[in-house]
Write a protein that binds this ligand. Sequence first.
Ligand SMILES: [Zn+2]
Length: 449
Amino acid sequence: MYIKISTVAVTVLQIAGFVQAATDKTTTTSSSFVIGDYWKSFNSKVDPNNIVLGDIPQTTSNDPATQCKYYTPPTNFNYNTKEWPNLWETATSNGMSETAEFKKVYNAIDWTKAPKIAVRKSGADGALVMTGYDQNNDPDCWWSASTCTKPKLEGVNEDIYTCPEPETWGLTYDDGPNCSHNAFYDYLEDQKLKASMFYIGSNVVNWPYGAQRGQKNGHHIADHTWSHQLMTTLTNTEVLAELYYTQKAIKMVTGVTPKHWRPAFGDVDDRVRWIATQLDLTTILWNLDTDDWAAETSAAKATVKKTYDDFVAMGANGTFKNSGQITLTHEINNTTMSLAIEFLPKIRAAYKNVIDVATCMNITHPYQEDTVTFAPFGAADNAKTSVAASSVAPSVSASVKASTSAGASNASSSSVSQVANSDVAESAGVQLNPNYAVLAVFAIAAYAL
Ligand SMILES: [Zn+2]
């Protein structure tokens, strides 16, 4: 129903677009601000190549309760709640879509070129409503409906969803920084492993030392939105705010502005991709999904371990003889981080390369700041081949694609609301709002189990 826009509606949109275009022209002529420079306005005091972590128990202890106790933010990041969206609320909250700063960014975008794709709806259970959408033809390249990754619009960045090089495991962890990650990050550092870390904006300002640790250790830092919602259900302004304020949070805390992002639950279509592209962001998805977030909640830990075992086996049985993969895993809680530590030795034994996505794609500048560089593929510690990766991932084998589709439909149906809830519960360290004190009790109770 919401796909077919009536002629009247289209006319109204065109008129609105004309008016907007005229307004934009005035705005643009009066200032030299161009959208590609948005990140230059962030006044970060952090040198990404010289991060010093605070000498406090939260940065060194391995006790989750100690790590997740509130701490005074680092002196190089002053967190003023009035300058940010409310934690875990849509990033337009707290008046953040009305600030001069945000309006400048919004008005620098030529919205007349934005695709006229409907904002999706979610049902009472939190799952996306796909009634009325032509899933077979998939006109909007809606990943949740079809696992589409190649936009149908010109000028929109194409998704990365697999590592192109053979026998390569693309290492990715979502939903951090988690306050109790010391043991996990220590392990990765000790093993010289680099991962793509998809950080949630609310978590970054909440646990700034966690994000600084990620940057200090040379992980590939990427944007995972401010409040972890289904992005296709948000308006254009909301989508922009979710991405923009997370970019700002990551820059202010770590000193880098990511060029990559991952939508929560993989929920992206060409409208959301187009807005991300305005901020020079490319979508990174996955083609293998461990469902590790569900371990010990909606799924047995043994089930997740079996999935891990299957993916490990693919490294040695020829599945990835001609191309690699990107696996979805999380740093959402101690269960998922412990599973990672348990399986990484097996993964490394089965795959030639276990590396972050920037490296597997041979992207040596994954941030706007050219002062931070990554080694090319093949030069990295964990790469055993010297073949340069191509810029666009080839298609994966039929068997892998099949498992991707299954994962996608799971992610976009019953599991969506559960993931969202557990994200909130796990991010509970802030005591800036009384509600978070309640959540903190849940989080600490969960860690104590
Ligand atoms: Zn997530």
